[in-house]
Design a protein around this ligand. Structure first.
Ligand SMILES: C[S@@+](CC[C@H](N)C(=O)[O-])C[C@H]1O[C@@H](n2cnc3c(N)ncnc32)[C@H](O)[C@@H]1O
Length: 193
């Protein structure tokens, strides 16, 4: 799995944005808002080799719907073969509105490499996320702590504050390589930016 990830990083470093998949501790933290009851619609952005996919599937335990949006066809093909119960869509996450066709998501979990994105891309992605998220839904994403104070990561944090009424920063997951933290966002602002 790690070899496949590294291979894709070498092909497209700015799209993959990391040399190794996230670890289990980070995956459990980031996917904590996925409810353990009901039939939620869970959307995963940038699943890669499936580090968060496995944790989401474990929490869903056969309930609800899990849609994974991955821009890299090779990652998507592997993921679909490994998780036939997940709707794997090959698309840019900016096309989320079209992917969900007027349905709302209860939880959106992002594995996207925000620090590698231009300001306009971050903004388009966050707009797409808040457009499809249910009013009481939750959005989580992660950032590597070493990038936290660099301009793209600060822009992301600012963008989250503009788009959500509540943004909670987690503890640092030192066990992840590299260490990372999560942002838990709730209550999307109507018309936020
Ligand atoms: C840092 S990797 C994270 C993969 C996995 N979630 C993990 O944590 O191990 C980023 C993933 O986002 C995907 N990606 C990057 N830009 C994307 C976009 N605009 N839409 C959908 N997926 C994208 C990459 O192909 C890659 O699989």
């Amino acid at each position: 799995m790690s070899a496949a990830f590294l291979h894709e990083f070498l092909r497209a470093p700015l799209t993959v944005g990391a040399v190794a998949p996230s670890g289990r501790t980070l995956a459990e933290l980031v996917t904590a808002p996925v409810p353990r009851d009901g039939d939620p619609v869970v959307v995963e952005l940038g699943p890669g080799t499936g580090a968060f996919t496995a944790a989401i599937q474990q929490r869903l335990d056969g309930r609800g719907r899990h849609v994974a949006v991955e821009v890299n066809e090779r990652f998507a093909r592997r993921l679909a073969a490994r998780y036939p119960q997940v709707d794997v869509v090959v698309a840019d996450a900016r096309e989320l509105r079209e992917v969900l066709v007027a349905r709302q998501a209860n939880v959106i979990v992002s594995g996207l490499p925000w620090a590698a994105f231009a300001a306009s891309t971050q903004d388009d992605l966050l707009a797409a996320v808040t457009d499809v998220l249910a009013p009481h839904g939750a959005f989580t994403t992660f950032a590597y702590t070493y990038t936290r104070w660099l301009p793209p990561a600060r822009r992301l944090r600012q963008g989250l504050g503009g788009r959500f009424e509540e943004v909670v920063t987690s503890r640092t997951v030192w066990a992840n390589l590299p260490p990372a933290l999560a942002y838990f966002c709730r209550r999307p602002r109507v018309g936020g930016s």
